[in-house]
Design a protein around this ligand. Structure first.
Ligand code: GLY
Length: 347
């Protein structure tokens, strides 16, 4: 088992390793003695993994309840958030109790926001079950729901008190969802670690998952320690994401986040190369690695179609937008440019 300790407005451990899910009850007793646990999960994950957790909590005498919502991005919505909050209130949860997010990014983001809002803050444990949530969304404290006008527009920073990352959960993950996670893994390679990129570029990663997840979480830990509230360096974690969010919105969320990030990274790398923003070419290497990992490198939406969504992105303010550009594989930088300039570059 690997431990990555995060130091932010809250300090907490991310435990990574096969079987760490079996530590949940012991950890809850140690961190929050006497607390009741609300396990939040979706309709795909709950039938696979919820029973085993509840049995473990029963064995340790930990009181618990469950909140299961329909799987999918459409549940990352204010209505579901408020239904969860009402459920916590109806079941007399207190701020000393703990919310356990068992699932992927939607579950983690929704639960993290609910835990921050309920009675102005209850305890939070993240138990990611997808590769994408293990390497990205369960760590670092970003929580949100989507609004009609865009993705992640209502949220807060709320760090968890513990993250349990168990690669055994990935055995039940569909291949397409695993590929989504690999988009974020390759992102870490491009922004910070050429060796990680090389390790993952062929798509043969099954035997190295614990080390790969640990490396990604460590990179994220370092970025979050420096810029928890996303005022500078943390933007690097959004490499490929500006176009990705636009692709997701344009497709009405039919495009998964990971696949949209893959296309976003390929397109921004191509744009950077064509316009002399990189010191070393990187588009072909990124595109090959994406393909080897079962990910797309392009989509049917033109940059012109995506532009309207880009102007609604959080990174766009005062007529300017901050782009994350690759200098070479293993190093990216941010560049703030006028929106009109971006329109010119994209169309
Ligand atoms: N997923 C990007 C971040 O946590 O900043």
């Amino acid at each position: 088992m690997q431990t990555v300790s995060v130091s932010a407005s809250k300090s907490y451990d991310v435990l990574i390793g096969k079987g760490v899910r079996t530590l949940l009850a012991e950890k809850l007793n140690a961190l929050f003695p006497g607390a009741k646990a609300m396990i939040v999960s979706d309709s795909h994950v709950a039938p696979l993994h919820l029973d085993a957790l509840e049995q473990m909590l029963d064995t340790f005498g930990i009181r618990h309840a469950q909140y299961v919502f329909p799987a999918g991005e459409s549940s990352k919505a204010p209505q579901v958030l408020f239904d969860l909050l009402e459920t916590l209130a109806a079941q007399r949860f207190s701020r000393k109790d703990v919310l356990v997010a068992l699932g992927g990014g939607v579950t983690g983001d929704l639960s993290g926001l609910a835990a921050a809002l309920y009675m102005r803050g209850m305890h939070l444990v993240q138990m990611p079950t997808t590769l994408l949530s293990m390497v990205d969304s369960s760590v670092g404290g970003k929580t949100a729901v989507n609004l009609k006008h865009g993705k992640n527009l209502a949220g807060v920073f709320n760090q968890p008190e513990l993250v349990l990352c168990d690669p055994d959960y990935l055995e039940t993950l569909p291949a397409s969802d695993f590929a989504d996670g690999m988009a974020e893994v390759l992102k870490y390679g491009v922004i910070a670690d050429e060796a990680l990129f090389e390790q993952c570029k062929t798509g043969n990663v099954e035997n190295d998952l614990e080390t790969i997840i640990t490396r990604c979480v460590s990179i994220k830990r370092d970025v979050v320690a420096e810029d928890e509230f996303d005022t500078g360096k943390r933007a690097l974690l959004n490499f490929g994401h500006t176009l990705a969010h636009a692709i997701e919105a344009q497709s009405d969320y039919a495009f998964s986040h990971g696949k949209a990030v893959a296309v976003g990274m390929a397109r921004i790398a191509a744009l950077a190369e064509e316009n002399g923003f990189c010191t070393r070419p990187c588009h072909a290497r990124i595109a090959a690695a994406l393909e080897n990992n079962g990910l797309p490198t392009d989509c049917a939406f033109s940059n012109r179609e995506l532009f309207a969504h880009i102007t609604a992105d959080k990174k766009c303010a005062g007529g300017k937008i901050t782009l994350i550009l690759p200098d070479r594989i293993g190093s990216c930088y941010t560049e703030t440019i006028a929106i009109d300039k971006l329109r010119e570059l994209l169309t």
